[in-house]
Design a protein around this ligand. Structure first.
Ligand SMILES: [Zn+2]
Length: 323
């Protein structure tokens, strides 16, 4: 019984995901610009989600509500929601000076992928420690945006990312955020997850076990006290770590150590891979920096990285949905 229900759920999810992917694809190519809901209303998937209570379609009591009831109605409502969101994103893209409208990400996976340490990034005896990786295993054309440190606290960035509905994750170091914790509280209120980037941004492999513990676990405590949640993710400064780093991290609640496949700047990208390209699931690193630190503002950097991401046909997805 349990199994049957789960299977039904999974099948319904797959149908929804497939349809959403179609919608996303059509939005991406701009062919759904007329906003006609009839054209894109999906047919009822045969035999899916049987036994689910019929739900009213988005049109309520209007004619046509009948055929929008049930799973097809829920799908249609979902499709409409994606389209509305994408329209708002197009308006925001214009407002913020983006050349292209960011693509809509597919729905998050029903089950998070199993992540293992990237080849060449292992530590001796680290098989059971948090995985270190630069790319999330997925076939979807999504990438993840992560912003490190926290020195620059530009209110424009908060507005821009909310209006564009681009998800990102922040990896914070206490020594640069302690002059304005409130900025990151606002970020968190907007749905951004705050993660651990250590207290003082030291080169961790040069520190003893107990010094690393202070750096990593100390930041876990600080972030939990300030923001109410204990991070699950940690990124070591400069991407440098050793076995002690991962042991300490695991001890204080870290589940995964995402590094990056590409790094974004306001005027260029830097690539880890020889092909100098994006790949499904790639993690992009950038920093909270201002004009004094690099050639532009935070919005300049976002415009540049989104041009790269969108022109290559990728959407930005939420890292925490996959990891
Ligand atoms: Zn850093």
């Amino acid at each position: 019984m349990q199994l049957v229900r789960q299977k039904g759920k999974l099948r319904a999810y797959r149908v929804r995901a497939a349809l959403a992917a179609l919608v996303v694809a059509s939005l991406g190519s701009g062919c759904a610009a007329d906003g006609s809901s009839e054209a894109s209303r999906p047919a009822a998937p045969a035999g899916s989600a049987a036994g689910q209570p019929a739900q009213k379609g988005p049109q309520g009591g209007k004619p046509g509500a009948q055929d929008a009831a049930g799973p097809a109605g829920a799908l249609s409502a979902y499709v409409e929601k994606v389209k509305r969101k994408q329209k708002a994103r197009a308006v925001a893209a214009k407002k913020w000076g983006l050349v292209r409208t960011p693509l809509a990400a597919p729905p998050p996976p029903a089950v998070k992928p199993k992540i293992t340490t990237r080849k060449g990034f292992e530590v001796k005896g680290g098989e059971d420690l948090p995985p270190v990786f630069t790319t999330v295993p997925t076939k979807e054309k999504v990438v993840f945006l992560t912003i490190d440190d926290g020195a620059e606290k530009d209110p424009e960035l908060l507005r821009m990312m909310s209006e564009l509905q681009i998800p990102y994750s922040a990896f914070l170091s206490d020594y640069v955020i302690d002059d304005d914790y409130g900025y990151f509280e606002k970020m968190q209120d907007r749905g951004v997850a705050l993660h651990n980037h250590t207290l003082n941004h030291r080169y961790l492999p040069g520190l003893s076990y107990s010094a690393q513990k202070r750096e990593i676990c100390g930041q876990q405590e600080k972030l939990e006290k300030r923001y109410g949640t204990r991070p699950r993710l940690m990124r070591p400064p400069y991407g440098n770590y050793n076995r002690d780093t991962l042991r300490v991290a695991e001890k204080c609640g870290i589940e995964a150590v995402p590094l990056w496949a590409a790094e974004a700047f306001p005027d260029h990208m830097e690539w880890r891979e020889w092909d100098r390209d994006l790949h499904p699931g790639d993690i992009i690193l950038t920093h909270f920096r201002g004009k004094g630190d690099w050639k532009g503002t935070m919005p300049d950097m976002i415009r540049r990285v989104m041009e790269t991401v969108t022109s290559k046909g990728y959407a930005v997805a939420r890292l925490e949905d996959y990891v």
